[in-house]
Ligand binder design. Structure first.
Ligand SMILES: *Cc1c(COP(=O)(O)O)cnc(C)c1O
Length: 398
């Protein structure tokens, strides 16, 4: 009886899309915070974590990549980091901010927090990210309509870098600030330079499902110490210099706590290992789908790009698969207690953003209809992968 019960729990334990994966030393940093009573926000783990991230982002993987001057502010979430980025850029009510449409809603919501209007841009086929052609067309059209956009939010979706050079060049040409949403792309590189260092301001997320986690957290990456200091000032209730509480600006409670930062310090020690494991999962799927012609796996277009493959994704051509589409695969996996998920639903198709301007055609929309994210955690076991493979092969009669 006992063996049977054990077998059932083992064979049906849920495989998640992207679960947290602790490395081992996280608890030591957290214990240290307890031992020294640094439970209150701020403290040595916050500074240490910021320093770890800074060093990591500055470490190029290509000898020719330029060295970056950056500063890091650890915050309570990636969303908070985006909110502060828009405040630092002085985005005001009535302003317009350009944003990639195919993304998680947290990329776009902060535009609304500051009272601005999002202008959404379609994706291109190669990286699934912001299409430079539609981006430029949108800027030209918004300017012609009398309003130059205040900022551009580009996203490295599922860890895949966007077309960095083209997007940066357009931002420069029109003198519009680039905010780099690198929430999903910690560890990814473009021409040997780390994602999170390309924007005028960039953000990271350490939410529970991301490549590393602090159980909830984020970071703002700035180019100057002054910008970092301003972000930290705003994130800690905007207290002016005075013995009492004096305020001449609206503040926020957005700083990361010292306990969470302790988890982050431990996670930084295993970040590269986790990137390697996610990339290994991606290789597993490449092999799995090699002979399934109706399925295309989402890959780097060339060696310029290195994705952390935070999530491994596929698109299915239903015309070639006897009617097997993402829904059929998702439900088959669900039956086996395996989580998968449709791609992000584009923002311009979301009820809440239906009146926002949109520039593009149907690239993002088609990806949404034909794509699927597959289990991609760095702690998937070979038994997990076997279960996934069996279910998928069965689906495609392969
Ligand atoms: C997760 C995520 C965010 C938000 O980060 P949080 O830490 O969850 O607030 C923003 N943008 C993208 C693309 C994300 O995936």
């Amino acid at each position: 009886m006992l063996y049977k019960a054990l077998f059932i729990t083992m064979s049906t334990s849920k495989i998640y899309l992207s679960s947290p994966h602790m490395g081992g030393s996280e608890q030591e940093f957290v214990n240290e915070a307890f031992a020294t009573n640094w439970i209150a926000p701020l403290g040595p783990n916050v500074t240490g974590f910021e320093e770890d991230i800074k060093k990591y982002l500055q470490k190029n993987t290509d000898f020719n990549a330029p060295q970056q001057e950056i500063e890091v502010a650890a915050l309570s979430s990636g969303t908070a980091a985006l909110h502060l980025a828009l405040i630092l850029l002085d985005v005001q009510p009535g302003d317009e901010v350009i944003c990639q449409s195919l993304t998680f809603s947290a990329s776009a919501n902060p535009i609304v927090y500051v009272g601005a209007t999002p202008v959404f841009i379609d994706s291109e086929e190669e990286t699934w990210n912001m299409c430079p052609i539609h981006l430029e067309a949108a800027i030209v059209d918004r300017i012609a309509k009398g309003k130059k956009p205040k900022a551009i939010i580009g996203v490295h979706l599922y860890g895949m870098p966007f077309q960095v050079e083209k997007i940066v060049a357009i931002a420069k040409k029109y003198e519009i600030a680039l905010v780099e949403d690198s929430a999903e792309a910690l560890g990814s590189t473009y021409k040997g330079q780390k994602c999170g260092t390309f924007g005028d301001l960039s953000i990271l997320s350490f939410n529970g499902n991301k490549i590393i986690t602090t159980s909830g957290g984020g970071a703002l990456i700035t180019k100057t110490k002054a910008e970092k200091d301003k972000a930290v000032f705003l994130a800690t209730q905007a207290r002016d210099q005075a013995p009492h509480y004096e305020h001449s600006e609206i503040g926020y409670n957005y700083r990361m706590s010292n306990v969470c930062a302790g988890i982050g310090r431990g996670q930084m020690q295993v970040l590269d290992a986790h990137v390697a494991l996610r990339r290994k999962n991606n290789f597993f799927y490449t092999q799995l789908f090699k002979n399934i012609n109706s399925v295309r796996i989402f890959m780097e277009p060339n060696k310029t790009y290195v994705s952390n493959h935070w999530l491994s994704c596929i698109v299915i051509d239903k015309k070639m698969s006897n009617g097997i589409g993402p829904t059929e695969v998702r439900l088959a996996l669900e039956k086996e207690n395996i989580e998968s998920r449709p791609l992000w639903k584009p923002m311009h198709l979301q009820p809440i953003f239906k009146d926002a301007p949109y520039y593009g055609s149907r690239v993002a929309e088609n990806l949404f209809h034909n794509g699927l994210c597959l289990p991609s955690a760095s702690n998937l076991t070979s038994a997990d992968l076997h279960r996934i493979e069996k279910t998928i092969r069965h689906c495609f009669n392969n």
